[in-house]
Write a protein that binds this ligand. Structure first.
Ligand code: MN
Length: 163
């Protein structure tokens, strides 16, 4: 877990995004930021070992357990990023508007670090929009530069049906 890639990609003299540093707190942060970059996507972030593990979800999460959403793992972000919203300037990495779509806390079923390393995470979200049990499963896509995962709602009282 390192913020080196996060720092490398950004010019903090030009963007108002936080510089941030590693930090560990009692309650694990969960946040989803809606990011209107060149392609609109939703950034899911889960606090783990002092950073925010991050996935870009192009179509956003679905509460329907039958719908699997692609979640592309991106670089770790600093904890301070959970509070970031605003506009990343034109020409900078990820240029476009960032809004906080949902926030709260999360809890891994077992060791979060081990589940992450295995590529099979089961966890509960305690957000305003998203609640209940979810899964992130790492999949193999040969051409993909970043690790690909699937974000899936587990059937519970917070699940919905779209088809
Ligand atoms: Mn993004």
């Amino acid at each position: 877990m390192s913020l080196a890639t996060y720092h490398h990609k950004r010019d903090f003299k030009k963007t108002s995004e936080p510089v941030g540093k590693k930090s560990i707190k009692a309650k694990a942060i969960y946040v989803i930021q809606k990011h209107a970059a060149s392609h609109l996507h939703y950034d899911l972030r889960l606090e783990m070992n002092g950073v925010l593990k991050s996935w870009a979800v192009p179509k956003g999460p679905s509460r329907d357990p039958h719908v699997k959403r692609l979640a592309i793992e991106v670089e770790d972000h600093p904890i301070a990023y959970a509070k970031f919203h605003g506009t990343i300037p034109k020409g900078e990495y990820g240029a476009g508007k960032v809004t906080i779509w949902d926030k709260g806390t999360w809890k891994s079923e077992n060791s979060a670090k081990k589940a992450y390393q295995r590529g099979n995470m089961t966890f509960d979200l305690f957000g305003k929009k998203l609640k209940g049990r979810w899964k992130l499963i790492r999949i193999r896509i040969k051409s993909a530069k970043n690790p690909s995962w699937l974000l899936i709602k587990i059937k519970d009282r917070y699940a919905t049906k779209t088809h």
